[in-house]
Design a protein around this ligand. Structure first.
Ligand SMILES: [Zn+2]
Length: 69
């Protein structure tokens, strides 16, 4: 009888990203408070710069009249 090659090693190599769940989405720092937030709201600052703000700083950006992207 011939020995069959195990297929498991190839399957493991197919999904290397699954090992680190938290690494998948890089956290971005808020442009205002510099805290790292899982989700930022992006606003256009005077048409040139794009800034990302966290939920807490969102009212600040809206008060400045920045355009939500
Ligand atoms: Zn913030």
């Amino acid at each position: 009888m011939k020995f069959q090659k195990p297929r498991k090693p190839t399957n493991v190599l197919k999904f290397p990203k699954r090992s680190g769940k938290s690494r998948q989405i890089p956290k971005q720092a808020c442009s205002y408070c510099k805290k790292k937030a899982p989700a930022l709201s992006f606003y256009s600052d005077q048409g040139n710069k794009v800034i990302g703000v966290c939920r807490e700083c969102k009212p600040q950006a809206e008060r400045l009249g920045l355009l939500r992207l």
